[in-house]
Design a protein around this ligand. Structure first.
Ligand code: NAD
Length: 487
């Protein structure tokens, strides 16, 4: 396919023709985009925020986000967006109905688009070959098939979802075998945003990665995608690679980030045994410019939909390519994370006279991190399950997570199985034997702990799974406190 001859139905695609000449000159770019239509399949935590940012930064591009989930689409079209991210609502309200649309009309979105982002979920397989490790690519494949079936002209198809290396090859095969007379270029453009800071990350990314085939057509398609980001991202932050490097870089980035958390968490166990303080150790080692200070905060464990899934996917790939030792190395990162959650609960039980049975535990925070309503793989889920196994009674409070979400992830209903959802932290703590802080919401720093302490069963225990509270001050109030990695 020659992008210079891209058969765009809008007929207004000067940008393809002028692309090679004008690339790099931001002055010309807005005109080049006039008439460009983007469709993003998947209105989730990535598709919604990412497309909102593109629509905001490129007003000449029409961005349509499509999803099969009508409830989710309705949410995006309401004032109560299905994804909570600081700064997201403002952008959506600014662009929605102008050049940003959310709809369930998947086929129409695909047909009309010149560029299609695939931003669907790629969870870990739960059955069949590779169950528990390999990525389930059925949603990505069904997108590719649908794009091929719907037709509507030549298109650039962008993998935004996190996928195993060489997925682009399968997508390209499906598209090519459609024999519908249209040409497709498959591009890898993985997303590196972190939930909770997604809008900041999207506005000022450390880098944007765009990978394509090493052919003139592939390079031209990479340039088209790169030029969209070049509207607001400095050129030096846009990295262009081949397809496989781009796909593998995303898995590798998440593996490295999770590995740092598991590494410092492993040291937290040694700190607890020796009297060292893990925050002091983090500070000391992070001051070394070769190590750096970020992602060295010890906690009850990492969560989120990606870290565990992507490492397991990486280990599966290693095994598949005959590299069992490499797989084993990365598997340890996930095992360490599981151990950290178990250690947290074991420490609670030990501290509370070797039993939490029928004791009330106030769980403060349920999201996997602050500033998101996402609970996927949240450490709070496992911690709560372990406590329920010990027949503790849980009183859970989270400022952003819906009660139904908490109850469904614990496989229970309100009033059943000793779980109740509280509307504020004071209600959760009243009459409790212990507090477990499981998400680092800022508001927990501002609580009146003297008032809380007075209303708790004595002795009152506090377990800070995020090391965010001033434990010394809490001890002065009368709490028995336990932080992560605090001897
Ligand atoms: N969540 C993150 O922080 C993050 C960060 C970087 C990358 N990623 C990756 O991005 C991808 C998407 O993640 P997410 O968190 O946005 O997932 P999500 O589950 O929040 O959203 C995916 C959406 O895709 C929709 N969908 C699935 N198949 C579809 C189809 N055939 N047609 C239309 N809609 C369809 C689902 O209904 C769902 O709403 C994953 O591969 C993930 O690994 C996620």
């Amino acid at each position: 396919m020659d992008l210079l001859k891209l058969n765009c139905h809008t007929g207004n695609f000067l940008y393809f023709k002028s692309f090679r000449i004008k690339y790099g000159s931001r002055r010309f770019l807005p005109q080049k985009f006039l008439g460009m239509k983007i469709c993003c399949i998947g209105a989730g935590y990535v598709g919604g925020p990412t497309m909102a940012m593109i629509a905001d930064k490129c007003e000449d591009i029409q961005v349509t986000v499509v999803d099969l989930n009508a409830e989710r689409v309705d949410g995006w079209n309401s004032d109560d967006l299905p994804v909570f991210e600081p700064g997201l609502t403002e952008i959506v309200l600014r662009r929605r109905g102008k050049n940003l649309f959310f709809t369930t009309a998947v086929e129409d979105g695909i047909r009309e688009a010149d560029v299609i982002f695939i931003s669907v979920n790629t969870p870990t397989k739960t059955s069949g070959v590779g169950a528990g490790k390999a990525a389930d690519l059925r949603y990505v494949e069904s997108c590719a098939r649908q794009i091929a079936e719907v037709g509507g002209g030549d298109k650039i198809v962008v993998e935004k979802s996190t996928v195993p290396v060489r997925t682009a090859h399968s997508v390209q095969e499906i598209l090519s075998s459609a024999e519908n007379g249209h040409s497709y270029q498959v591009i890898s453009n993985p997303e590196f945003l972190a939930e909770g800071t997604a809008m900041k990350d999207l506005e000022k990314p450390d880098r944007v990665l765009v990978g394509g085939t090493v052919t003139p057509e592939g390079r031209a398609a990479v340039d088209v995608i790169a030029s969209i980001y070049a509207q607001w991202v400095p050129q030096e932050r846009i990295i262009k690679t081949n397809l496989w490097s781009s796909e593998l870089s995303k898995l590798t980035a998440n593996a490295f980030l999770a590995q740092r958390v598991s590494s410092i968490n492993s040291i937290s166990a040694l700190c607890e045994a020796t009297g060292a303080d893990v925050d002091e150790v983090s500070h000391a080692i992070g001051a070394d410019s070769r190590i750096g200070p970020k992602f060295l905060k010890s906690s009850v464990g990492f969560g989120g939909s990606c870290f565990q899934k992507d490492i397991l996917n990486l280990t599966y790939l290693c095994e598949h390519f005959g590299l069992p030792e490499i797989a084993e190395y990365w598997t340890k990162v996930v095992e360490m994370n599981d151990l950290q959650k178990k250690r947290f609960v074991t420490r609670m039980i030990d501290a509370m006279f070797n039993t939490v049975s029928e004791k009330k535990i106030a769980v403060l925070g349920y999201a996997f991190k602050k500033d998101t309503n996402d609970v996927r793989e949240s450490p709070a889920i496992d911690v709560c399950r372990y406590l329920l196994d010990e027949t503790a009674e849980l009183r859970v409070y989270d400022p952003k997570v819906e009660p139904e979400t908490i109850l469904s992830t614990l496989g229970t209903k309100e009033g059943e199985d000793s779980v109740s959802i509280c509307k504020d932290p004071y209600e959760a703590c009243e009459g409790s034997h212990a507090i477990a802080v499981l998400t680092e919401w800022d508001e927990f720093n501002d609580l009146d702990f003297a008032k809380i302490h007075a209303q708790m069963k004595q002795p009152a225990f506090l377990f800070d799974g995020r090391n965010v509270l001033d434990l010394k001050a809490l001890e002065e109030i009368g709490f028995r406190t336990y932080g992560i990695g605090k001897g």
